[in-house]
Design a protein around this ligand. Structure first.
Ligand code: ADP
Ligand code: MG
Length: 738
């Protein structure tokens, strides 16, 4: 067989059966992708004592010796149970098999093996049921020199890979070994000058060392090189993309004196803040250029981003073009439509014909909306992702505004640019303030504007933690407070992290450290289990409980969550906005953009189940009108725990930038995009944005320098190939998702 390279299909090296399992478990298809499946950590002999402390549900891998083995009859049913106790000399763990008597022939006392399985508890004792294992004897037989193999086993770090039930860590290690053996020389994409300047290994060596380190130090060195590679390739790709986007043609859009924008500005009931004006000018300048704008506006909830975006949409409409506003959910799309119609007023609305387009509209409604869009009558189109589908074509799409970008990756942005005949201008709005390094990593292809001021006269929000661990009776006071607010004629949100007892909110941006580390994020079932424990407040149960409270007997209480049909959600949201509903018991569906000025109070149940930024976003739903807001974060988390720290951090400040930084630091996995938005493979692998800030900035500077001298990278063909491969992978992933 010829030597394999990164682009070789895994089937060619591992055989199609094994390759199929890898694809199913992780989605990898090529040698390069599998080799980028890096060990999560390294184990060494004797970790059992630590591992028995791991909570139920963890997938573990351990080396241990069999100390006892016995067989007994089952009591209630026919059949036998084989029980094997293993130990590392300090801790014990029981392995259980049902009706597999031959196990006792293999697992005799004194035998050593590497075991893997999922920890469950039986009679309070941790155990592994039907674990996978590989006997030491077998391992040694595979090596040439038994003594050498044994010594290595003691000294050599054992890579522990993100694994699934069907592909335990050491099977992955075995496959990677096979792949590394088949691998021919790998060309190093890193320019030699950079390799020297930053003390990097050759890529080939780094890959071998991270997967098969002879000692811990090797892995450490290899990781530095691979992290730098990751940061450098990412930054080069982002900068190239930005360079390419700026080179594309676009239609220049400029408002007409006395036109739609002027009429809107004259009728506007308030003065724009200085920040709104400054950012507005940047945007107007960008869209007046014959190249597409790619700009991100970040600003607190309620800072007036939407107004700035709407003004740009009107400037486009002045030129006869269309603008589309993309919202992350149906509810928000509906709400945007209503508030845009309201702020435009009847005359401008009649002229601009704001039109909704979402996936859950009836076929008939969708058809008539499409007609208005394709004919160019609808100058403002508001919708969800459905708008990006092929079914919708625009007459003259000049601007796309994406509200709440953080569900939009770099690749989706690329897809947006391809939507019009000529690329439209793209404006992204986010209420999640982004620390500099994150912006650099995730939005490195964008220009960033910031709105820091809030419009004057906002009454503010007071936040409190309701610590049920110490003060269980405070929950009573919490509901009393709700009753008092309702008596003042105000409205209340009650937010829960789950829809029902068996269904966590799928949009829950759960802090990464709460995910059981060893469960692969690609295994939705495992993720669901880990999200459900311990039990969390859910909409159904909370709704029933509140409706049963005598003090709330006259209150109109309704649910809102993502599983409701879209028209129902819309109806509930509209009724709440109209004051027809007093208390909304909801999931994070209400997270972004929802604007109900009369809502004064928010109670977040099990607040520790939400991420820092998400809590901050949620809180932004109250105190938006003339009434002051109150936010009560109810939590069972123990004082001093990480979970409690998160909640207290949010309660202690309203500064979104400060919270963003805290969020970043609290997230061990550093997945700044959260699991839902980043998806599987294109998310960061070894890089952690909080920890690797310096490295990311260094890599960006290096990429900038390189591109400045050689924009086409003509002198670096290996780098060009590595970038192309990266793009292929993320493109394939994007296509798989849509
Ligand atoms: P964001 O999109 O940043 O959350 P919006 O643009 O939706 O903020 O504005 C929030 C609310 O504040 C809206 O009701 C909007 O009409 C109002 N608003 C926006 N800018 C100002 C301003 N400069 N002065 C007063 N009210 C404003
Ligand atoms: Mg908004």
């Amino acid at each position: 067989m010829t030597a394999a390279d990164f682009d070789h299909g895994l089937g060619q090296v591992l055989g199609s059966a094994v390759a199929g399992r890898v694809k199913k478990a992780f989605g990898y298809e090529t040698v390069g992708e599998l080799l980028a499946h890096f060990p999560r950590r390294y184990a060494s002999h004797g970790e059992l004592t630590e591992l028995v402390l791991l909570p139920e549900g963890d997938e573990i891998t351990i080396i241990a010796e069999v100390t006892r083995a016995r067989e007994r009859r089952m009591q209630a049913r026919r059949g036998t149970i084989q029980e094997v106790v293993i130990s590392d000399g300090v801790g014990n763990l029981t392995l259980t098999f049902f009706n597999q008597p031959w196990r006792l022939k293999e697992l005799r006392p004194g035998v050593r093996a590497i075991f893997a399985g999922k920890v469950s508890k039986y009679n309070m004792t941790p155990q592994l049921t039907h674990p996978d294992y590989k006997l030491f004897d077998e391992l040694m037989a595979e090596g040439s020199d038994a003594g050498e193999v044994a010594r290595e086993w003691v000294e050599r770090p054992i890579p522990i890979y993100p694994a699934t039930k069907n592909l335990p860590s050491w099977k992955i290690a075995g496959m990677i070994e096979t792949v590394l053996e088949a691998l021919g020389p790998v060309e190093d994409p890193m320019p030699g000058t950079l390799r020297q300047a930053h003390s990097l290994l050759q890529i080939d060596q780094a890959l071998r060392m991270i997967h098969q380190p002879a000692e811990e130090k090797d892995a450490h060195i290899a990781r530095h090189t691979l992290r730098f590679h990751e940061a450098f390739l990412l930054q080069t790709a982002l900068l190239q993309r930005r360079q390419a986007a700026r080179g594309l043609p676009a239609t220049a859009r400029e408002a007409v004196a006395g036109g739609l924008l002027d009429r809107f500005d004259r009728a506007l009931g308030f003065t724009l803040t200085e920040d709104q004006q400054a950012v507005g000018e940047q945007v107007m300048h960008d869209i007046s250029q014959p190249h597409p704008m790619s700009r991100l506006i970040q600003g607190e909830v309620g800072s007036g981003k939407t107004v700035v975006a709407l003004r740009a949409m009107l400037a486009v409409a002045d030129t006869g073009g269309q603008a589309a506003l993309l919202a992350p959910t149906e509810v928000l799309a509906g709400q945007h439509l209503r508030s845009i119609v309201a702020i435009l007023g009847p005359d401008l609305s009649a002229e601009l014909m704001p039109t909704l387009f979402t996936g859950q509209m009836t076929a008939k409604d969708r058809r008539s909306a499409s007609l208005r869009i394709v004919s160019g009558q609808a100058r403002i189109v508001i919708g969800t992702h459905a708008l990006l589908g092929d079914a919708v074509s625009f007459f003259d799409l000049g601007l796309i505004v994406v509200d709440e970008q953080h569900r939009f990756g770099v690749d989706q942005r690329e897809a947006l640019r391809l939507k019009g005949a000529t690329p439209p201008h793209v404006l992204i709005l986010t209420a999640t303030p982004i620390p500099r390094t994150v912006a650099m990593t995730v939005f490195g292809d964008l220009d960033v504007s910031t709105i820091r001021q809030l419009p004057a006269g906002r009454p503010g929000i007071e936040s409190f933690v309701v610590p049920l661990a110490e003060k269980p009776q405070w929950i009573v006071r919490t509901w009393q407070r709700v009753v008092e607010e309702l008596a003042l004629g105000r409205q209340v949100f009650v937010v829960c992290p789950a829809i029902s007892a068996s269904e966590p909110d799928p949009d829950l941006d759960i802090a990464a450290e709460e995910l059981i580390e060893s469960t692969s994020a690609t295994d939705p079932a495992a993720r669901t289990t880990s999200l459900l424990t311990p039990a969390m407040a859910d909409v159904e149960e909370t709704l029933a409980r509140l409706r049963a409270m005598p003090a709330l007997a006259n209150a109109r209480i309704e649910p809102l969550h993502g599983k409701m049909p879209s028209d129902e959600k819309d109806l509930v949201m509209r009724s709440f906005a109209d004051g027809q509903i007093d208390v909304l018991v909801a999931t994070t569906v209400i997270e972004v953009g929802v604007d109900v000025p009369n809502a004064s109070t928010m109670v977040v149940l099990d607040a520790d189940r939400f991420g820092v930024s998400q809590l901050h976003q949620l809180r932004g739903r109250v105190g938006r009108g003339r009434v002051p807001g109150i936010c009560l974060f109810v939590t069972h988390a123990e004082p001093g725990s990480l979970a409690r720290e998160r909640v207290e951090a949010v309660a202690s400040t309203l500064d979104g930038f400060e919270l963003a930084q805290i969020d970043l630091e609290l997230r061990r996995e550093g997945d700044v995009l959260g699991t839902t938005q980043s998806g599987g493979r294109s998310s960061l692998k070894l890089l952690r944005v909080a920890r690797d800030a310096d490295l990311i900035m260094t890599a960006r500077a290096a990429a900038e320098q390189l591109l400045e001298v050689d924009p086409e990278l003509a002198r670096y063909p290996a780098l060009v190939r590595a970038l192309a491969r990266r793009l292929d992978e993320s493109e394939r992933e994007f296509l798989a998702k849509t």
